[in-house]
Design a protein around this ligand. Structure first.
Ligand code: UD1
Ligand code: CA
Length: 462
């Protein structure tokens, strides 16, 4: 069967006041992507011919629309009906118009496809999806007539004055509809405001009295039905989205030791036989190979990690760690860092914009910034690159097989030649030739008998 062409209008201009936020509700992130992004993805995957979003001018939503999504501003009126009316010019009268809410981030392509098929088959003026598997508070309750058709929808966002028999209805409107545009807009123009809002759901009795059919189809997709109005709703929706991401990776061979204590975003790839320990945060754009041991307690943001890598108690941002390397515990890899195969970044080490060569070791208490460390070099405890002279950043080059002493400071720009050594406590300000030993510290002087004399003076005072 050839797919039915349809357009998709996403409502995203609500005030969302119950989020108690300066950020527009539909921009609140769910697993690393704005709520609205998820809805756009579902519309796309379902095959929508055109997608537009109704946004509030000045809300910041228009600026964040994904490419290819058209923007329609809701400049007049409040409420979902006013939002749809803003799209009157945009709507193509020849095609079914699917309405989605920007605050139903877990809507799926399957639900949209099924709705469009149902709508085409029934020939109704409107087809809406319902659910009786949610806590119905706050949702519009579906009042059906004796023949099962939709009579009206009673809003319960403000439940005072709503009769008990209506509040007892468990079937709710989930806010996902397909309409024939002609009767929709004709009815919408006749909808009057209630509490300063024009309710989209007020069109149903008008359609029915104009002799049009309104079909209501229950869906079993509870997640798609779930609307986000508060941050509690957002947490619940995100928990579902996160569980789906984790399950997909687990089925592909990844072990999660503490799935409930793992934060993961979309666009994260992990290879098989990798173990993710408790307390890990894996942000969008992160890639981890196979046979790795990540965590406990590692935060990876756009990190590229090879195979067989161990990372424990660490934070990695915009960096690369190649096969067989180890990082942490307690390490911070900042943007521009490359840790090559088999290298080791140890405890309390910070690395920024630096290239750590194959099998090189930086085991303890060091800061390497704007640096290059050659293969098989060993950077001893407490080494620091002084990369900033107060005006500009400079590079430190530590050659292959170099052995530095503890507490070496490299005043950049400076180069340590291949295989050279530095003495403990040296402040290296000049280049060191290959194979040399550089010592740059004051010679030790012992003052014989000094302690005795010092205390003798104290005794006299007393
Ligand atoms: C709406 C439905 C309700 C349904 C529920 C499902 C109406 C009147 N009520 O209620 O029957 O059970 O969704 O979740 O439609 N929006 C605009 N412009 C506005 C107001 C809202 O674009 O002026 C957008 C919002 O951004 C949101 C969507 O429309 O994405 C729904 O608005 P919201 O205020 O959350 O409606 P509900 O009270 O949840
Ligand atoms: Ca809502």
């Amino acid at each position: 069967m050839a797919p039915i062409p349809f357009d998709c209008l996403i409502l995203a201009a609500g005030q969302g006041t119950r989020m108690r936020s300066r950020l527009a509700k539909v921009l609140h992130p769910l697993c690393g992507r704005p709520m609205l992004w998820w809805v756009v993805e579902a519309a796309r995957a379902a095959g929508a011919a055109r997608i537009a979003c109704v946004v509030r001018p000045g809300s910041g939503v228009g600026e964040r629309l994904p490419a290819g999504v058209e923007e329609i501003e809701q400049r007049v009126g409040e409420g979902t009906g006013a939002a749809v009316l803003a799209a009157r010019e945009w709507a193509d009268r020849e095609r079914p118009l699917v309405l989605l809410s920007g605050d139903h981030p877990l809507v799926s392509a399957e639900v949209v496809r099924a709705l469009v098929a149902e709508h085409a088959e029934s020939g109704a003026a409107a087809t809406l999806l319902t659910s009786d598997e949610l806590d119905p508070s706050g949702y519009g309750r579906v009042v059906r007539g004796a023949d099962g058709s939709v009579e009206r929808i009673v809003e319960t966002k403000h439940s005072e004055g709503v009769p008990d028999e209506i509040l007892a209805i468990r079937e709710v409107n989930i806010g996902i509809y397909a309409f024939r545009p002609e009767p929709l807009f004709a009815a919408l123009e006749r909808v009057r405001e209630e509490r300063g809002e024009r309710y989209l759901t007020a069109v149903f009795p008008l359609l029915a009295s104009a002799g049009e059919r309104v079909a209501a189809v229950p869906t079993t997709d509870v997640a798609a039905a779930f609307g986000v109005n508060t941050r509690v709703d957002l947490m619940r929706a995100e928990a579902v989205a996160r569980e789906r991401l984790i399950e997909r990776l687990a089925l592909a061979g990844v072990t999660f030791e503490a799935p409930q204590a793992t934060v993961i975003e979309v666009d994260v790839e992990i290879g098989p036989d990798t173990v993710i320990g408790a307390g890990c945060t894996l942000r969008a754009g992160t890639r981890v190979g196979s046979d790795c041991r990540i965590g406990p307690c590692a935060t990876l943001e756009r990190a590229r990690v090879g195979d067989g890598v161990t990372i424990e108690h660490a934070r990695l941002v915009d960096c690369e760690v190649h096969d067989g390397a180890t990082v942490g515990p307690f390490a911070y890899l900042r943007p521009g860092t490359v840790v090559r195969a088999g290298a080791k970044i140890g405890t309390f080490v910070e690395v920024k914009n630096a290239d750590i060569g194959e099998r090189a070791k930086v085991p303890h208490l060091s800061y390497l910034g704007d640096a290059e460390v050659g293969a098989d070099a060993n950077v001893a405890a407490g080494n620091i690159t002084a990369n900033y002279d107060g005006r500009a950043k400079h590079r430190t080059v530590i050659g292959p097989r170099v052995r530095t002493g503890v507490d070496t400071a490299f005043v950049a720009p400076v180069t340590i030649g291949e295989g050279a050594y530095t003495g403990a406590g040296s402040v290296i300000t000049k280049d060191v030739p290959p194979g040399a030993l550089a010592i740059a510290r004051a010679r030790q002087r012992n003052v014989e008998g000094w302690v005795e004399r010092f205390h003798g003076r104290d005794d006299k005072k007393a």
